[in-house]
Design a protein around this ligand. Structure first.
Ligand code: TYD
Length: 202
């Protein structure tokens, strides 16, 4: 049977485990289900993505510049990479996507509204499934080395980020999974959501 494309996004606050769970999900879908999976992440590997990663260490960059760069990175990422892979029939998993911009950039500044972030991101395709991994920032940051912290990795900022993810998830009907549980349990819940979706498509 020909595999149908599916676009899955794992999103959430820093330290929620989007990278670990995206990798585990890819492994599961490939080895247990025999599916073709393309794993990608944002910021992307493009020159814009590399510049953004540099700026993550720099508190002097205006939030509006961040927002525009993340949108440009995503536009390129979607048009040149994600869309192509979906057209080839892959299941695409993106570790972070538009919801990261909506949440992180609008929390960064009163000048930035959710609607404006949506506007500057309006040319990209939307995911079929968005799963928000939810974790208490204090727990998430305790796992990190203080020396390596990026500008968004601050408990009070991440508390606001967490609240907005939860509000957005309820508004948009995204799946929310608590990432406080052990990795295996969290991963099983993610797999269940994806398997249900695949069944509904067959
Ligand atoms: P992160 O997933 O933490 O990358 P890594 O695990 O490799 O350090 O993502 C980098 C940071 O960028 C994270 O703090 C969230 C932030 N971010 C935004 O502010 N807006 C966005 O649109 C995206 C994709 C990420």
């Amino acid at each position: 049977m020909k595999q149908k494309p599916l676009f899955i996004v794992l999103d959430g606050g820093d330290g929620a485990g989007t990278t670990t769970h995206s990798q585990l999900l890819k492994g599961f879908l490939e080895s247990s289900q025999g599916l073709k999976v393309y794993l990608t992440q944002e910021p992307s590997q493009s020159k814009i993505g590399i510049l953004i990663r540099e700026f993550l260490k720099n508190k002097e960059i205006p939030p509006t510049t961040d927002a525009l760069l993340f949108a440009a990175d995503r536009d390129l990422h979607y048009q040149n990479e994600i869309k192509t892979k979906l057209e080839e029939g892959y299941i695409v998993i993106s570790d972070r996507y538009i919801e990261s911009s909506i949440v992180y950039q609008s929390v960064q500044s009163d000048k930035i509204s959710v609607d404006w972030v949506k506007q500057i991101n309006k040319f990209v395709g939307l995911p079929d499934i968005t799963i928000i991994l939810d974790i208490e920032p204090k727990i998430a940051l305790a796992r990190k080395d203080d020396e390596d912290l990026e500008k968004f990795e601050d408990t009070s900022f991440l508390d606001k980020v967490r609240n907005l993810y939860l509000i957005r998830a309820k508004q948009e009907g995204y799946f929310i999974i608590s990432s406080d549980d052990i990795i295996e349990i969290v991963q099983e819940k993610i797999q269940e959501i994806v398997i249900d979706k695949l069944k509904s498509m067959s």
